[in-house]
Design a protein around this ligand. Structure first.
Ligand code: HEC
Length: 152
């Protein structure tokens, strides 16, 4: 009788272990517990595109520069004059060794270099609204590009 009881306990233990492990393995691994609704996704996209549009305007020499208290150019230059449609800004290559700075630079540092030197303006905060907008526009216009940091 006692032998049978311990056999049953053993079977229950092994079975629950098996079920537990199987369930654990079948559960999809995800950092996000909750799926976003279509309305959430639309709201995220709207907010994102607002920033991209601001970046587009700044890149073309306009945008809310006065409101943001920034001067991207003192001479009327605009990024788009040298980089039409964000050409040749190569965001997928960053961070990379940048000869002008003699160091490995990130995209935002390079944007600031271009603001100060060829664009003849005043550098902006690395985490400022304008910087995020310029980055957003540049990245948006390179959607689908393969990331190849450190290349030239
Ligand atoms: C007068 C022309 C000119 C203007 C205006 C200009 N750039 Fe540039 N930009 C260049 C040149 C030239 C380079 C290449 C520097 C190098 O890598 O030697 C460059 C490089 C860059 C790069 C890095 C590309 C790479 O592969 O290294 C970024 C990013 C960039 N510019 C962003 C901007 C942004 C943002 C603006 C506006 C704020 C801007 N540029 C305005 C001429 C210009």
């Amino acid at each position: 009788m006692l032998k049978n009881k311990s056999k049953i306990i053993w079977i229950i233990t092994v079975t629950s272990l098996f079920v537990g492990v199987t369930l654990f393995l079948l559960t999809p691994v995800s950092a996000h517990k909750k799926r976003h609704s279509a309305a959430d996704m639309q709201a995220f996209d709207d907010a994102y595109m607002e920033v991209v549009k601001m970046g587009d305007a700044l890149f073309h020499g306009g945008g809310p520069q006065d409101e943001l208290g920034i001067t991207l150019s003192k001479t009327g230059m605009a990024c788009a004059m040298c980089h039409p449609f964000a050409s040749d800004v190569h965001p997928h290559q960053f961070p990379k060794f940048q000869e002008q700075m003699s160091e490995v630079a990130g995209l935002r540092e390079m944007i600031n270099w271009c603001i100060e030197k060829p664009n003849e303006g005043v550098m902006i905060g690395i985490d400022s609204e304008a910087m995020v907008a310029l980055e957003a526009y540049i990245m948006w216009s390179h959607k689908g590009t393969i990331i190849e940091p450190g290349t030239h």
